[in-house]
Design a protein around this ligand. Structure first.
Ligand code: DLL
Length: 434
């Protein structure tokens, strides 16, 4: 299996484009026949499946949106009869009705292959013990990692998310060599292990962390606390789940599984395809998915693509860490603010604080208020008020120079910000309630 996967991952671009073209043509035709919304959008554009002759025509196709999944909830966009759907997953997102996605047998195979590619790229094999601490359930994280682990013949430890003490006990007793969870939970596990003085009992070599944005600084801290190499993995329920793209041993961008998904970067305002290397909204077309295929799906994630062949030899395009989402960008007093920028500043400041923070935005007398609560360390707390004020001032100034707008910074007691076992909740925007 490993060899066959690697051949695909290192396919010359010309060959890869040919394969993508064949698969795109197949997908457009079957979706036109089976998905009413897609047919209607094609008809509105005056397009017929025969007009799509290869990847060069991708930009002609209509976009699809998260709202479509809500409008056609739960199964209205599936392209096969329900008797061919073997499993469904769902994602609630932060707002609104949950979205439902479905997989055929072949889709589940492809998904396991994609996750397996990452496990192999990061040094795993049948001797690995993969602790799956993403939620196993309707969330795609747990099952994606589990099926990938099984695919490479490793020993899966499907513990799911939560119960930190038990996670640590299991990690040690069962000899986990790979940990799969969100980066914020990895950080929390690392902090707890540090406090318990158990780091030298761990056998972890690699961590596969994704499902939310995280920074290079956070990577360094997690690697230090858990004594492993931390790799980024990206995915979204609508396209497949974890493994749409993944970091290899070079940790230099995430390879998109281009034999299954074609990425594009567009200007989110005009919808125009941007030149290579530009930053914009990531869009995906699924070219092998049978159950729930999507054409030109607007992810809302902001990133750029790098088509240079990676040092590892893989030709599949690399996306950089998403810099945020078009829909989680905060506009505070007219200034665009991404939570990731704040996190980067906090991790650079380092001393006296932990990377646990929360952004609180509100509106008073028609003016936005902007506060960042950051947990301080026990040491700083025992230093007293003067030391605390000094760090608060330092953070305020760093944030002002990075963001162009200065928040009120409050250092709060250690462990006072609620920890998440899945995706961290970093932003409380009270303006939405007003
Ligand atoms: O979070 C799938 C996943 C599970 C990916 C486990 C990686 C690991 P959703 O819940 O549908 O699916 O959320 C998808 O999460 O559009 C991004 O905004 C964000 N996201 C996922 N991975 C990353 C990452 C899963 N590595 C949404 N970096 C996506 C930044 C990420 N953001």
């Amino acid at each position: 299996m490993a060899m066959w996967q690697h051949e695909i991952e290192t396919m010359p671009r010309e060959e890869l484009n040919k394969l993508q073209s064949e698969r795109l043509i197949w997908q457009v035709k079957r979706m036109y026949e089976n998905v009413e919304l897609f047919r209607r959008r094609m008809d509105e554009k005056g397009l017929k499946p025969e007009d799509i002759k290869g990847v060069e025509d991708l930009h002609k196709l209509p976009f699809s949106y998260k709202q479509d999944l809500r409008d056609y909830y739960p199964y209205g966009l599936f392209a096969v009869p329900m008797s061919d759907i073997r499993r469904v997953h769902a994602s609630s997102g932060t707002t609104g009705k949950q979205i439902v996605v479905g997989y055929t047998d072949n889709d589940l195979e492809a998904w396991a292959d994609c996750f397996a590619r990452m496990l192999i790229a990061t040094g795993n094999d049948a001797n690995s013990f993969v602790q799956v601490s993403y939620g196993l359930g309707l969330f795609t994280g747990g099952f994606g990692a589990h099926d990938g682990a099984v695919r490479i013949g490793a020993t899966a430890i499907p513990i799911s998310a939560g119960n930190t003490q038990r996670q640590i006990q299991t990690m040690i007793d069962f000899g986990a060599t790979v940990l799969c969870c969100t980066p914020s939970y990895a950080m929390y596990l690392g902090e707890t292990i540090e406090e318990m003085g158990l780091k030298d009992k761990l056998k972890l070599k690699a961590g596969i962390f994704g499902a939310e944005p995280w920074t290079e600084e956070m990577r360094a801290q997690i690697e230090d606390k858990l004594g492993l190499k931390a790799y980024d993995i990206y995915g979204l329920s609508e396209i497949m789940g974890p493994g749409v793209s993944y970091e290899c041993e070079c940790q230099a961008g995430m390879h998109v599984c281009e034999d299954h998904f074609i990425p594009e970067i567009i200007d989110p305002d005009t919808g125009e395809v941007l030149p290579e290397g530009a930053q914009g909204e990531l869009v995906f077309t699924t070219i092998t998915k049978e159950g729930f295929p999507l054409i030109r799906y607007r992810t809302r994630d902001i990133c750029s693509l790098n088509y240079e062949v990676c040092e590892c030899g893989r030709t599949h395009v690399r996306m950089n860490k998403p810099q945020g989402r078009t829909d989680d960008m905060l506009i505070i007093r007219g200034v665009n603010v991404f939570p990731s920028q704040i996190e980067e500043v906090l991790l650079k400041v380092g001393g006296g604080i932990t990377p646990n923070y929360q952004i609180v935005v509100d509106r008073e007398n028609n003016t936005d208020t902007f506060r960042v609560d950051v947990e301080m360390t026990e040491e700083l707390l025992s230093d007293g008020v003067k030391g605390i004020e000094k760090v608060e001032k330092q953070i305020t100034e760093s944030l002002r120079s990075t963001l162009g707008i200065g928040p009120k910074v409050c250092l709060v007691n250690p462990k006072s910000i609620t920890r998440s076992e899945g995706k961290a909740k970093r932003v409380i925007d009270n303006r939405k309630l007003k």
